[in-house]
Design a binder for this molecule. Structure first.
Ligand SMILES: *Cc1c(COP(=O)(O)O)cnc(C)c1O
Length: 412
């Protein structure tokens, strides 16, 4: 008898996006006119074409593979030096992170999930997540047995939930209790909030004082507009002793389908073994990577490298500008009709308080059936997201202008 991992049975079966799909399907089946007008601002996927510099580099790499003399087979599991160097030089030049600390991967969703391989499972670590939260952090902890059962709100026993509310500007307060691993994501999905230097400093100090590790997801770093907002956790003194940083080319370079990202792990981040001896997290991740991964594909890594060329930087800047102008239009439209708007300034997500008396799902239904616009209900990201909805700025300008028009028509 092959016994399964029972922890999977605790999962609340990917509730959010399937439920959105179900409601959209039911509405469009019954309303062909509404279906024809439907605009999706729900899932956080990019919409604009892959930058030319990236395509050129990938085409060239494919041609190299087509020639026996320049063909490459298995590459280094941790990534090619050309890309690790480009990442270190461009993102971490004045920070305590070297090219050797960079581990190239097929994206941050995988990395934030896979990283749990190197930490003790089955509840040995006290895990803290924000609420609302990127569901991957929670579900991967459920899978390895770090939680008990989930409740009606989708909260799992055993996890520490850090509420993010308008009162704390969607950056959680430092917990009273001691935790071992903390997931932070700034700029944030879904709230669009960014964390200040002071807030991140408090977290790094907490982590070092409590011998905890911060898993810092900076997937939206490229969207930061405010020069005062830290772009990397390593801008905070002491982070090199307690933080791993996850980054992805998905949102800046449009790599959601191409797949490439990385983790930065400075040598000085350590955890404890069963006897309390200090062990380098980097050495464990390196070992894990060599065993379970054969590297991101060569053309993809060449494409990612091209993001750091002059042409690539200009093209990425144009993409960011496009999405952030969309965010500004959406924020403005929501403000004009009197809604409380958050995010959208350093992240491509606008987080909006529902009109009085409406829950997140009420708002979802209203937007779907009246405005024919798909948004994401805040409660789908956690109990503290109730009463909010998220509008993604990843869209064409034409669609965004139309969504703004409909917001003003149907929510006045
Ligand atoms: C989009 C996103 C990522 C990036 O995921 P990839 O697997 O690299 O595409 C990481 N974290 C968050 C919170 C995201 O929204």
């Amino acid at each position: 008898m092959a016994r399964i991992n029972d922890n999977f049975l605790k999962l609340k079966a990917g509730y959010l996006f399937p439920e959105i799909g179900r409601r959209v399907g039911a509405y469009t089946d019954a309303n062909p006119d509404g279906a024809a007008k439907l605009i999706k601002c729900g899932i956080g996927d990019v919409t604009e074409a892959l930058p030319e510099a990236v395509r050129d580099a990938m085409n060239k790499a494919v041609d190299e593979l087509g020639n026996r003399d320049t063909f490459r087979g298995y590459g280094p599991e941790q990534g090619y030096d050309f890309l690790r160097n480009a990442v270190a030089d461009n993102y971490y030049s004045d920070l305590p992170v070297t090219a050797d600390d960079i581990f190239i991967s097929d994206g941050s969703k995988c990395d934030t999930g896979n990283v749990l391989d190197i930490f003790a499972a089955n509840g040995s670590n006290k895990i803290a997540v924000t609420d609302p939260v990127y569901p991957v952090y929670v579900d991967t902890n459920v899978m390895i047995g770090n939680t008990g059962e989930g409740d009606e709100d989708g909260r799992y026993e055993g996890l520490v939930y850090l509420s993010c509310t308008a009162e704390n500007n969607f950056v959680p307060a430092i917990p009273e209790e001691k935790v071992d691993i903390i997931y932070l994501c700034y700029p944030n999905n879904p709230t669009g909030a960014s964390a200040t230097r002071e807030q991140l400093t408090a977290w790094v100090e907490y982590a070092n004082a409590n011998d905890a590790i911060i898993l810092y997801d900076a997937a939206y770093e490229a969207f930061i507009q405010d020069p005062e907002v830290p772009r990397s956790i390593y801008e905070i003194e002491g982070a090199e002793k307690c933080a791993l940083e996850f980054r992805s080319f998905s949102k800046n370079g449009g790599f959601t389908g191409v797949r490439c990202g990385f983790i930065a792990i400075p040598e000085t981040v350590t955890g404890a073994d069963a006897d309390g001896n200090r062990v380098s997290i980097k050495s464990l991740w390196s070992r894990r990577t060599s065993t379970k991964f054969n590297g991101a594909s060569y053309p993809v890594q060449r494409g990612a490298e091209a993001i750091f060329s002059d042409a690539g930087k200009a093209q990425v800047a144009a993409l960011v500008e496009h999405y952030m102008s969309n965010a500004a239009l959406l924020s403005e439209a929501c403000k004009e009709i009197g809604l409380s708007v958050f995010g959208g300034e350093n992240a491509p997500y606008v987080w909006v308080a529902c009109p009085a008396g409406l829950t997140s799902w009420d708002m979802f239904d209203k937007m779907l059936t009246e405005a024919n616009v798909v948004i994401t209900p805040g409660s789908g990201f956690g109990a503290a997201g109730e009463g909010y909805f998220r509008i993604s700025a990843f869209n064409s300008r034409e669609n965004v202008i139309e969504v703004c028009k409909r917001l003003k028509t149907y929510l006045k």
